[in-house]
Design a protein around this ligand. Structure first.
Ligand code: WA2
Length: 269
């Protein structure tokens, strides 16, 4: 490897990796903005109109028709906040019992639940599941309702597809909160949670494979929130012998999470 050859390949790799990082970051950003807008739509038309003008059919139609705004997401859904004291009435009203995510059995008693009541058709298996019964979703729910900002989970295998992905959650408040509202006021005003899953495994693959020369580069994305334990979010992970490595920064908008992309030239070049 002559020195100037090495420099030439380093520059090619850096440009290809930075371009892919920018594309991925942009797709996340536009999707996150639209999920935030959906949270406001639910607050406006479901919680602040009486009688409510939003129901499952309307939610399913609207989210299906606006799916193009949320690339990389398999679907979005709305989970309502139900306190234990409201559970009997809630279950009678909806005609089903609140179920735990993994056993699909009727949930044992908890202080509060987050059963999905509206969902895009693509993920309608979430309806009636208590989203607080999954650790990743529950952590998101606690963080987003306290901050009022969107929350991203660490990468994990999402329901049904079992693909590696991350979940985005926005709290939906029952009234307009002033920006200086306290954490306690935000928690009290929480009416539900709007979110969905980024199917990183298949939709990021789909995005990257459409790029030029995608066969010449190996891309991995990591959640490096805990720098001593990087979590793989996308990619083959196993690296062929290629020594050249480029790291591109990623910002998915949740200050609690840190990510980066690492690229190598595939051995063909
Ligand atoms: N959405 C889609 N697939 C999932 C998932 C999820 N969470 N969790 C595991 N697999 C109603 O609480 C926000 C988003 C659920 C929304």
């Amino acid at each position: 490897f002559s020195r100037q050859h090495y420099k030439h390949y380093e520059d090619i790799l850096a440009n290809m990796c930075d371009e892919r990082a920018r594309m991925l970051q942009h797709q996340f950003a536009v999707s996150i903005n639209h999920v935030h807008a959906l949270a406001i739509l639910v607050s406006t038309f479901y919680l602040r109109t009486y009688p409510s003008v939003l129901d499952q059919a309307t939610f399913a139609e609207y989210t299906a028709r606006t799916a193009f705004e949320r690339p990389l997401m398999t679907g979005v859904a709305y989970a309502h906040r139900v306190r234990h004291s409201e559970r009997d009435n809630f279950e009678r009203l909806h005609g089903w019992t609140i179920k735990t995510m993994h056993s699909r059995e009727t949930s044992p008693a908890y202080d509060e639940y987050a059963p999905t009541i509206f969902s895009q058709e693509t993920i309608n298996y979430l309806v009636s599941l208590d989203m607080m019964s999954g650790e990743e979703d529950r952590d998101n729910i606690f963080r987003t309702r306290a901050s009022g900002k969107g929350a991203l989970t660490r990468p994990f295998r999402v329901l049904e597809s079992n693909h590696l992905g991350v979940v985005l959650t926005f709290a939906v408040y029952k009234e307009l909160l002033p920006p200086e509202a306290s954490i306690q006021e935000r928690i009290e005003a929480t009416a539900g949670y709007l979110g969905g899953a980024f199917d990183v495994e298949s939709l990021v693959e789909n995005l990257l494979s459409r790029l030029a020369r995608s066969e010449d580069i190996i891309v991995n994305v990591y959640d490096i929130t805990n720098s001593s334990e990087p979590l793989i979010m996308y990619g083959p992970e196993v690296f062929t012998g290629s020594t050249l490595l480029h790291t591109s920064a990623l910002d998915f908008g949740d200050p609690y999470r840190k990510h980066h992309m690492q690229c190598r030239l595939s051995k063909k070049v």
